[in-house]
Design a protein around this ligand. Structure first.
Ligand code: FEO
Length: 396
């Protein structure tokens, strides 16, 4: 259903209630998503971003509810990823002479995806396009989260359309931030930040400062996923600055896998040590956990304690994806530790510690290994490991 978000600016996107995985199967989306597209009616008719390809027909129908698609003069493609550009071919069939505005890197990525000879116009930060009573102003936002990413600002409405930034994979019946459950909204905004934007945190702070320095009033922030921030829109900007600092909360994540429950008992003993020193924790069993939820919780926490039995002279394969995520996401200001049971050679704990250090997660205390099933002494050593990590979390 089309919504007029301010006079003559319409949300013409789609809600994908069924989506459970995104980027292929790389990212879980337990609350679905939306692909937001905005239609502006001025002397010129402007479309900002489109939707994912499978929804192109619904999208074109939404546009048609407001205008004849053939009358579109300008299409802004803020970012080439298919969830926003997938509807371009369908809409451009109706308005083949429309100007397609892209960033400098978008001039590579949009043609690279669609191989169409559209009428491209390349813009950079501060460039303006007059559309009648109002202007579009563009801000390049490389690495938020692709090199081609761009923000589009509409004067007069004080409307910032920052594409992926400030978005959430969150399907809802209502379109605005003040109309939805605040707990769910912030869970999804944080999951989005932690799993997609963390590697670019330095750029986040720099870009936010750059946008604020332009002195453009912002009454509405309309991202390309999830709800539109109209109630105190800068609250999400402040939250991004806080998340980008990656200070972490005084809590811990214990992530483990186990073959015959020995490493599970050790995980629980580590938890007992943490909570004895008043550091709350969550335990995740790697094979069945929602990987992106685990990564979000690691992002929030100051400490990560990882447990694995030794298998084939290494740590168990289910932890491999998480270890690769830790390398790629590059979380900052974390401490870590490792533990695990073993039967013969027992390399897993050392290998986990080495990997944590490679990920710049400082090992706070020597790991604990238990041969075969852990003894009472082994479990006591795990509890002491938990206490040591807790003391490090508190800076003691
Ligand atoms: Fe970078 Fe929502 O795509």
């Amino acid at each position: 259903m089309v919504i007029e978000i301010v006079e003559n600016v319409y949300w013409v996107g789609v809600v994908d209630w069924a989506l459970r995985h995104f980027h292929g199967y790389e990212l879980s989306t337990p609350r679905g998503s939306t692909y937001n597209s905005y239609l502006i009616r001025d002397e010129k008719t402007v479309l900002v971003d489109t939707v994912w390809g499978p929804f192109a027909d619904d999208f074109v129908a939404n546009v048609r509810d407001v205008v004849d698609p053939a009358t579109i003069d300008i299409v802004v493609a803020n970012h080439a990823e298919a969830d926003h550009s997938g509807g371009l071919p369908a809409i451009m069939r109706h308005c083949p002479d429309a100007t397609v505005i892209v960033s400098k890197r978008g001039a590579e990525s949009i043609p690279g995806h669609y191989h169409q000879d559209w009428n491209f116009k390349v813009v950079g930060t501060g460039d303006k396009v007059n559309i009648g009573k109002h202007e579009l102003i563009f801000v390049e936002a490389p690495m938020l989260h692709w090199p081609d990413s761009m923000f589009t600002y509409l004067t007069g409405k004080n409307l910032l359309m920052p594409n992926d930034a400030f978005g959430q994979h969150y399907a809802t019946a209502r379109r605005f931030n003040d109309e939805v459950d605040q707990g769910e909204l912030y869970e999804e905004a944080l999951r989005y930040y932690a799993n997609i934007l963390t590697p670019f945190s330095d750029f986040v702070i720099k870009k936010i400062d750059e946008v604020l320095a332009l002195g453009l009033p912002v009454d509405i922030i309309a991202p390309s996923h999830g709800v539109i921030w109209r109630d105190e829109p800068l609250q999400i900007v402040e939250k991004y600055k806080e998340w980008a600092a990656q200070e972490g909360e005084e809590q811990a994540v214990i992530l483990y896998d186990t073959m015959w429950q020995g490493t599970r008992h050790m995980a629980e003993a580590v938890g007992a040590g943490l909570v004895a020193e008043d550091v709350p924790y969550k335990i995740f069993y790697a094979p069945v956990a929602d990987r992106n939820l685990v990564l979000t919780e690691i992002f929030r926490a100051k400490a990560l304690v990882v447990g694995s039995p030794t298998v084939n002279r290494g740590y168990i394969s289910t932890l491999g994806t998480y270890m690769e995520d830790l390398r790629g996401l590059g979380f900052k200001n974390k401490i870590g530790a490792a533990f695990g049971s073993y039967g013969w050679s027992g390399e897993a704990v050392k290998m986990l510690e080495e990997h944590l250090e490679r990920c710049k997660i400082k090992v706070a205390a020597p790991g604990v290994r238990a041969k075969w099933q852990p003894t009472a002494d082994d479990l006591a050593a795990c509890a002491e490991l938990g206490r040591a990590v807790a003391r490090a979390v508190k800076g003691a």
